[in-house]
Design a protein around this ligand. Structure first.
Ligand code: AMP
Length: 279
């Protein structure tokens, strides 16, 4: 990759992924293709990054399907796929990492200590290796997008961060490589997460919670606990400011509804995340 980048005169647009590609990833590849234009090159990376997994998480079980992923990349106009092994990217005695100290603390960072250090570190490595002009990240991982934007700002990476909207299954479930872990009955119940979020958004707009985000959070927690009967367990529900990710004090800003609703719910052993905006 280093040698190729040295020779490559064309501007590169990067799409970092962990593989097991689905329509969500492919939509980012298409956005990268658009951003790169005819003169540019789209680089997708496929790397199940060990440093962003906690000790009891699904690193070993994470789906890996490189041949199918390569075919999918080719079909959406990706020019180059970089799929390194951990040993190609990390020295065995690596001792430098990147830590974002504000946005990464709560939400998924609270439930998954060290997760965003792993994300920032690997994304910085991929930026250095591929030296892109732009990189595309999905809003599905809303906190990740915010943390990466902050890293790019604070470390002066000369890279434009392009967000891509969350792609959903026909029944509303946010696409995720982890959906493959769900049993048929869990899969049937899982769209209830997004349905409950959208219902809450409508209730907020109708004034049901007046201006009390904490009451709305409690209501949604109760509903999400039920989403897959005894198989569901809420990890967190948060109503936050869309930029700072701080807990919301009011639904309203400058006369407009403005917030991000972010949830993580275990369905069986599978941890699913989703988020929506105020409109
Ligand atoms: P992952 O392979 O899960 O690390 O995701 C790689 C990239 O794809 C990240 O920028 C994710 O936010 C994005 N992504 C994952 N799922 C979706 C989805 N359903 N819609 C849009 N982007 C997604």
């Amino acid at each position: 990759m280093v040698e190729w980048v040295r020779e490559c005169r064309a501007p590169r647009v990067l799409v970092p992924t962990m593989g097991a590609l689905h329509e969500g990833h492919l939509s980012l590849c298409r956005a990268a293709r658009d951003r790169a234009g005819e003169a540019g090159v789209v680089v997708a990376t496929i790397f199940v990054n060990p440093t962003q997994f906690g000790p009891n998480e699904d690193l070993d079980a994470y789906p890996r399907q490189l041949a199918a992923d390569l075919a999918a990349c080719e079909a959406v106009g990706v020019d180059v796929v970089f799929a390194p092994q951990a040993g190609d990217v990390y020295a065995s005695d690596a001792s430098v990492s990147i830590s974002e100290a504000t946005l990464a603390l709560g939400l998924c960072g609270g439930s998954r200590p060290g997760h965003f250090d792993g994300v920032c570190t690997v994304v910085a490595k991929l930026f250095n290796l591929t030296q892109p002009v732009a990189a595309v990240f999905g809003e599905k991982d809303y906190q990740q997008l915010a943390v990466i934007r902050r890293m790019v700002r604070d470390l002066n990476f000369p890279i434009e961060i392009v967000p891509g909207p969350t792609v959903r299954e026909a029944d509303g479930l946010a696409m995720s490589s982890r959906n493959a872990y769900l049993t048929p009955s869990q899969r049937q119940a899982a769209p209830g997460i997004q349905q409950a979020m959208v219902a809450l958004r409508e209730e907020i707009a109708a004034g049901k919670y007046e201006d009390s985000p904490s009451t709305a959070v409690e209501a949604l927690e109760g509903r999400l606990e039920q989403v897959a009967g005894s198989e569901s367990r809420v990890d967190y529900v948060a109503l936050v400011h869309p930029d700072t990710l701080q807990p919301l004090e009011s639904f309203w800003e400058d006369g407009e509804l403005r917030y991000r609703l972010i949830v993580a719910v275990f369905v069986g052993k599978t941890r699913l995340i989703d988020n929506i905006g105020a409109n």
